[in-house]
Design a protein around this ligand. Structure first.
Ligand code: HEM
Length: 397
């Protein structure tokens, strides 16, 4: 059990309770008001929620490391449930080398070509949904789009791609404590883990996707075959659920704020800034952890070494000290500096690809869909890390 430094307030707030997960924003306000750092008594973890200090944590990776896990579990004290990610859960210098191999596959010319494919697929999908009219926007739109376009871009076999949703769910619920959400997600591990590793092997990737390019680093002696498979896996863990929840959150926000949908329809090129505002307003990736490597000082609060620190991006994204009217969804807002993709050396390596996907989808929707409405009660997803929906029954009009 940690001894809490005297200048750090302790709080009974439980960021993994159902009450918090369904409606986190009032809790974020309470946490921000406690100061730069507070201590979660239930989970023996420190927590940082103000914009300025979230940024400070992310900008000091040598003090707040990722190698001991970016979930609540400290890999120095307990073994991880999977082979750790070679990017997300790794520190420099290995992180720098491994990330560069992924970045190299995502060149501007590759992204430009992918954008053309994303637009074509968005047109096909929205035409199909316009015929269908009523559907669940989570499965039929938000998940269906990245399962098609992102998995095609990586070069994943077409069969059983729904495993990617289950896998993302394991990775991100697995960052929380061993609660019901964690156990439910992990109950699929026996079937899903072998499928994912199989899909990431060289011989099962398409010859033209991004995944196979990672194996060039094996051929030039940088990685072993197994490391390359694990690196291709990083695309899959990080790239599907996050994007799917961003799309669900977009649909929900536009139905809840019809004036913003009207604004986008009037100018579909606003899709770019709309996506950034969605990431700020309803961050799909709400929270992750770091571990202190030495004594860490944040705004005069001193955290001892080898402690877990919860970092609430979503709270930084609604901190009134940083944003005017933070609880208002405004697609023409200047969102520079939002934390939806993280920040610093671990800031999302796939952000340009995610932007290309969602921007194209929103643009096509703005051109083709007059409006939409809920046909039933939206059901929020209970999730240890991500914010999105389980069900979003809608009708396109
Ligand atoms: C809307 C969609 C997405 C969101 C909201 C998102 C968010 C994030 C965030 C917040 C981080 C930082 C994690 C940390 O600091 O510990 C991150 C890292 C990462 N993301 Fe994304 N992401 C998205 C899409 C993607 C896509 C499409 C890809 C793949 C092309 C991807 C690949 C990665 C990888 C590999 C990392 C680890 C980077 C590192 O540790 O250096 N993400 N993402």
């Amino acid at each position: 059990m940690t001894t809490i430094a005297q200048d750090i307030p302790a709080t009974p707030i439980d960021p993994f309770s159902n009450e918090y997960l369904l409606s986190p924003y009032a809790f974020h306000t309470e946490l921000r008001e406690l100061g730069p750092v507070s201590y979660l008594t239930k989970w023996d973890s420190y927590v940082v929620s103000q914009y300025q200090y979230v940024k400070e944590v992310l900008d000091q990776p040598s003090v707040f490391c990722s190698g001991a896990g970016v979930g609540i579990s400290n890999f120095k004290k307990e073994p991880p449930w999977r082979v750790p990610s070679l990017v997300l859960e790794t520190d420099p210098p290995d992180h720098t080398r491994n990330r560069a191999v992924i970045s190299k596959t995502l060149s501007p010319i590759v992204l430009r070509n992918l954008k053309i494919q994303f637009e074509a697929e968005a047109n096909l999908l929205i035409d199909r949904l316009l015929e269908k009219r009523t559907f669940d926007a989570v499965t039929d739109l938000a998940e269906a789009f990245p399962l098609k376009v992102f998995a095609d871009a990586i070069g994943i076999i077409p069969e059983n791609r729904e495993n990617l949703i289950l896998y993302g769910n394991m990775v991100f619920n697995g960052m929380g404590p061993k609660n019901e959400l964690f156990l439910e997600a992990m109950s699929h591990a026996a079937a899903v883990n072998p499928w994912v590793m199989h899909a990431c092997q060289r011989e099962n990737l398409s010859k033209t996707g991004l995944g196979i390019q990672i194996y060039d680093a094996v051929d030039s002696g940088i990685f072993t075959e197994m490391e390359a498979t694990t690196l291709v896996r990083s695309f899959l863990s990080a790239g599907i659920d996050t994007t799917a929840h961003a799309i669900s959150n977009a649909i929900h926000s536009f139905i809840s704020f019809p004036d913003q949908w009207a604004k986008l329809k009037a100018n579909p090129l606003l899709a770019k800034s709309a996506f950034e505002e969605i990431l700020r307003f309803e961050s799909p990736f709400q929270t992750f952890f770091r571990t202190t490597t030495s004594e860490a000082n944040l705004g005069g609060c001193v955290i001892p070494p080898n402690e877990k620190v919860m970092v609430i991006l979503a709270s930084g994204n609604r901190d009134p000290l940083k944003w005017d009217h933070p609880d208002v969804f405004d697609i023409s807002r200047v969102t520079v500096g939002h934390l939806g993709f993280g920040a610093g050396i671990h800031g999302c390596v796939g952000q340009m690809l995610a932007r290309a996907e969602v921007e194209m989808l929103l643009q096509v929707m703005a051109k083709k869909v007059a409006s939409f409405r809920f046909t039933g009660e939206p059901k929020r997803l209970l999730h240890n890390t991500l914010r999105g929906f389980e069900k979003l029954p809608i009708e396109l009009i």
